[in-house]
Write a protein that binds this ligand. Structure first.
Ligand code: SF4
Length: 232
C-alpha cells in the first residue's frame, strides 16, 4: 500500500480501542474543504512509508495496541488493501476502515472476508449535492450501495458528515439522516479550517441566518432509528 503517514498511538480514532492509524496516499475526489491535501494532491505527496517499517513497529506493540485504523486519502483505491488487512489480522489486531464509499465492491469484499471489526463511511452531503461536495461527478448509486452494505453488514459501524458552513444546511442533514436510517451511529463533525484544498466561503458570503448543528438538535431529531447521534 502507499502509506503517506501514520500515527503510532491514538485513543480517539477507533472507538473504545487503543490504536495506531495508517494514512494511505491518494483519493479520486477533491472535496473543496479537504484538509488532507498531502494525502490527496499527488504534487504534495511526501515519500511513502515502507510497509515493512509499519509492520516491524506493530509487531513490537503486540499486546499494547488493540487495533489499527486504515484511513486516507481513500484506502479502498489501494490495490493491495485486502492483503494488508490480512496481515493485520494475522497479527490479531482489530481493524477499522474509514472510507468514502466510492468502491462498494471493495467494501463488500473486505466485509465478506471478515477482515474488519468497524467501518466508518463519510456521507459527504445529500445525494443531490455530491458534485458540489466532492468536486467530481460521482456515480450516486455507488454511494447508496455502500450505505446499504455497511448498514446491513452486522459490523459495528458509523456514518459521518463534516458540516461545512456555506455548503450544508439543516435540510441537508435531515436528508442524510433519512438516507442512513436504521444505522448504528451517525456523527456530525466540525469543519477544521486547516489549509483546505479550497477555503470555505467567507462569513460575509453566507446568509446571516446560517444554521449550525448542535448535540441537542441531533437529540431532538432522532426519528430515523439511528442507534446513536453524536456531534463532535
Ligand atoms: S475529504 Fe474528500 S478529497 Fe479529502 S480524502 Fe476524503 S474523500 Fe478524499
Amino acid at each position: 500500500m502507499k502509506i503517506g503517514g501514520w500515527q503510532k498511538f491514538s485513543l480517539i480514532d477507533f472507538p473504545g480501542k487503543i490504536a495506531a492509524v495508517i494514512f494511505t496516499q491518494g483519493c479520486p475526489w477533491r472535496c473543496p474543504w479537504c484538509y488532507n491535501r498531502s494525502l490527496v494532491l499527488s504534487e504534495e505527496f511526501g515519500p511513502s512509508i515502507p510497509e515493512d517499517e509499519v509492520f516491524r513497529f506493530l509487531e513490537t506493540r503486540l499486546g499494547q495496541l488493540e487495533g489499527v485504523v486504515i484511513t486516507g486519502g481513500e484506502p479502498t483505491f489501494q490495490p493491495d488493501l485486502h492483503n494488508f488487512l490480512e496481515k493485520l489480522r494475522s497479527l490479531e489486531f482489530e481493524v477499522k476502515l474509514d472510507t468514502n464509499g466510492y468502491r462498494p465492491e471493495v467494501v463488500e469484499s473486505v466485509i465478506e472476508a471478515g477482515l474488519l471489526d468497524y467501518i466508518a463511511m463519510d456521507v459527504k452531503a445529500p445525494l443531490g449535492k455530491y458534485r458540489q461536495a466532492t468536486g467530481r461527478n460521482v456515480i450516486i448509486d455507488k454511494i447508496r450501495c455502500s450505505i446499504d452494505l455497511i448498514r446491513d453488514s452486522g459490523l459495528d459501524h458509523e456514518f459521518r458528515t463534516t458540516f461545512v458552513p456555506g455548503l450544508h444546511t439543516v435540510e441537508d442533514i435531515e436528508e442524510i439522516l433519512g438516507l442512513i436510517q436504521g444505522s448504528r451511529r451517525y456523527a456530525l463533525q466540525t469543519f477544521q479550517n486547516n489549509n483546505p484544498i479550497q477555503p470555505p466561503p467567507t462569513q460575509a458570503n453566507q446568509p446571516a441566518s446560517s444554521w449550525r448543528p448542535t448535540q441537542s438538535w441531533l437529540d431532538r431529531n432522532n426519528d430515523h432509528r439511528i442507534g446513536e447521534l453524536l456531534y463532535r
